[in-house]
Write a protein of this length. Sequence first.
Length: 329
Amino acid sequence: MDRMLSGIKPTGRLTLGNYIGAISQFVKFQDQYELYIFIANQHAITVPIEAKELRQNTKDLIALYLASGLDPKKVTLFLQSDVSAHAKLGWIMTCMSYMGELQRMTQYKDKTAKGETGITAGLFTYPCLMAADILLYDAKYVPVGIDQKQHVELARNLAERFNHRYSDTFIVPEPVMTTVGQKIYSLQDPTKKMSKSETNPKGTIDLLDDPNLARKKIMSAVTDSLGVIQYDPENQPGLANLLTIQSVLAKEPIEAIVSRYQGKGYGELKKEIGQTVYDFLSDLQAKYRDIQDKKIVDQVLLEGAKKASLIADKKIAKVYRKVGFTITK
């Protein structure tokens, strides 16, 4: 079975966009690949975050992953900081990277273009750590959205660069682009991604939102004045966004939803989607509370770190020998 790896930062609360764009895909992938998923808590401190908030976000994230259907018997779930090889290889990848490569990375490029101040060195170099995260596990595949594809490209370049300089060491990973639900947009501004950092609370549905509140957010979602139910992301982005949400959560093709609503209005469609979201969140949160009550998160992370370390420690030992950090071969 081919190995696949992905990570997510515990910054902010997980949104419906995170579930549709990533978590729901992981649930499918755990039966198709040897899946490793880590919580990228070392990436979380590239911008200021309180320790208390980071701890709570991390616990919530793991519990929501488990509630969403990830099975610790099938997937290895662990904390990045629990496996020291990530930071060790991250430094080596930093020394393998060029300034020009990192200056072209989206997050740093966008923030500097906006003239933001207080940008940390960590924000500039974190793609090197991300490359290390991937390369440590000889993952053949990395599931990514459009925004993250360049990070896999950097990991590929660094793997090839290291292999050329020191001999074959790393597998060159391949990005796996998701299809339906690849990106979910703000309910109030469908030109922008639904984000954990959304400033308008009506634009984002958090996975821990009150289900009634989430239903109201769907009912107030921006659509258009055309009044025709069809899937047209370019001319009707708000409607296309709602259709995508319904399609993924109800497991119904968009074409079938559109066909059912021929001649009907947006209000009726929103009512159905609102109920779908309500039912989904009610079920997810009941499972989340049960997981928290049983206090199984710590044990899942402990077992995951042990399993991940077996692979990561072996890889970093090999890398240390090749670069000359160990003085005996």
